[in-house]
Every structure is written in C-alpha cells, then in structure tokens.
Ligand binder design. Structure first.
Ligand SMILES: [Zn+2]
Length: 284
C-alpha cells in the first residue's frame, strides 16, 4: 500500500504532467470507483470543460484541483495513474479515463479495484468524508513539535498504534512508522503518554526526516513515469529496519526482531530501541 512519500511522489509527477489540461470528457468503466456523486453520468458531466490548476495532497489522498471542482482520489492497494496519447492501446484494469482537449488522456488503472474517487466543490472536500477527520500533515510547514506533542503525547495506546491512527497524524503507514521509531530509538510498544519530552522531540524529528528522505528518493522514479512506462509504481529505497528480520541492525549489529503490535508486523532493534517498563504502570 502506498504511504505518504509514494503518494507525494505521484502528486508531484501528476502535477507536472496534467496541470493546465482541460477535460473534454470522462469514461468510467467501473462505477464503484466513483464514490461521489452516486451517479457516474453526473460525475462525467460535471467534469466536462474543467481545467486542472494544481494537484494537491491530504494524507494519502490526492486532490486534483480544477477551476471550480476538486477530485479526491485514493489509490489504496494498487491504483495507478498514467498519462497517454489517446491512440495508445488501453491496458487491462483501466477503469477511469479523463480525455483531455489536447489529445492526451489521464488513465486510472487499478487491478485490485479498491481505489476511490470523490468529486467536490472547492472547500467542501475538507468538511466531508473521506478527508474531514484527518490529522496533522507531517510534511507541512505547520507541523510543529508542540502540535505533535499535544496530539500524540496524550495517548494511552502503544506509540506505534498512535502513529498509525490517521486522525492524529496522517500518512504514516506500517513501513515508515517502524523506520521513524527506529531512528528515534523508541520501542514500538512504549505507551505514547509515557514518552518523555526528549523522546517525543526525537520522534518528531525522525518522522519529518524519514518522510522527507523517502520523498526525495521517490523523485528519482519520476523519469521512468515520463519515459512511457505510463504509470507510477512504488519505489524501493533503503529501509533501515522494516523487512530486515534477523538481519544485523545497521547501528549496533544486534539481530533485528519482528513482533506484532496492534495487529501489524513490527520490526525493531531490541538494543537500540529498549523497552523500559514504566515504573508507575498499574498492575492489572
Ligand atoms: Zn541496534
């Protein structure tokens, strides 16, 4: 599943490729991708004649911004966008095609069919599902240590579980939570409200750095997108802890451990991320 850095890379790529293009018409061959409005004919009709002015992002949702409309799109497991010339053959699993007036097309392909699109008038999208309850945006300038401490530092759940909750901080999935906790030297099962101010500050910095590095790494895959592979895939970059079970820790050489936290496979170094039980913990 794409996490924030992957979606951010798709956003930047799409922004370069489709900003300024005007929609002539839209073809939908899998109605359930379109969540709003209910009627796909209405969806297609609404979009006709609108020009794309920017591509934004909120958490893992893309916001394709037009003059007078906003399309909120979530790629879920396998969703992919690609820009094609209209005469190019249409690949299997292509469910939505935005035909532009310049003869090119934005095609949405989704093998698993879990992706969603919601169409709104500008501003409306932030007060309704699926964006309304989303938490802090970690790559925004406004993401401060104070705000992070307030939102995360009060939670009585395990820190990993708190970080995965999109109502607190958006865009962190299983991979980058493990990476950020490793970078900050914090055990994933520590209780969020028992973290010290220093630990929260380290974690805050680690989240920003982990996500920024991943976005930078993602930039290198833009070339393949433009060069006619036609789609934006996931990119691999150096992960320091995730997926490295039993391999030596990059810091200390101890074997990386894997456990399950909040139902998710979790990687950590038992030596760099020690679990010190809080003294004040109540016995049940
Ligand atoms: Zn280690």
């Amino acid at each position: 599943m794409p996490e924030l850095p992957e979606v951010e890379t798709v956003r930047r790529t799409l922004s370069e490729l489709i900003t300024g293009k005007t929609i002539q018409n839209v073809t939908v061959s899998l109605p359930r991708i379109i969540q709003r409005p209910d009627d796909i004919e209405h969806f297609a009709l609404e979009l006709q004649g609108h020009t794309i002015t920017d591509v934004g992002r909120r958490g893992k949702f893309l916001r394709i911004i037009m003059d007078g409309l906003v399309l909120v799109s979530h790629l879920r497991m396998e969703g992919r966008y690609g820009v094609y010339e209209s005469e190019e053959p249409i690949e299997k699993h292509t469910h939505v095609i935005f035909h532009f007036t310049d003869g090119t097309e934005l095609r949405y392909k989704d093998v698993r069919q879990f992706g969603t699109m919601h169409l709104f008038h500008p501003g409306e999208e932030l007060t309704q599902k699926p964006l309304m309850k989303l938490g802090l945006e970690p790559l925004d300038d406004g993401f401060s240590l104070e705000a992070f401490t307030e939102v995360i530092g009060s939670r009585k759940t395990k820190i990993k579980v708190a970080l995965l909750n999109q109502e607190y901080v958006v865009g962190l999935g299983n991979i980058y939570v493990d990476e950020a906790l490793f970078k900050a030297g914090i055990h994933p099962e520590k209780v969020a409200c028992e973290l010290s101010g220093q630990e929260l500050a380290r974690l805050y910095a680690a989240i920003v750095q982990t996500l920024s590095d991943a976005v930078k790494a993602g930039g290198s895959s833009i070339k393949s997108y433009v060069n006619g592979q036609g789609e934006m895939g996931m990119f691999q970059h150096a992960l320091q802890i995730y997926g490295r079970k039993a391999q030596p820790c990059v810091n200390c050489g101890a074997p990386v451990e894997k456990s399950v936290v909040g139902g998710r496979g979790t990687h950590y170094c038992p030596s760099c991320q020690p679990f010190v039980a809080a003294v004040a913990k109540k016995k049940q």
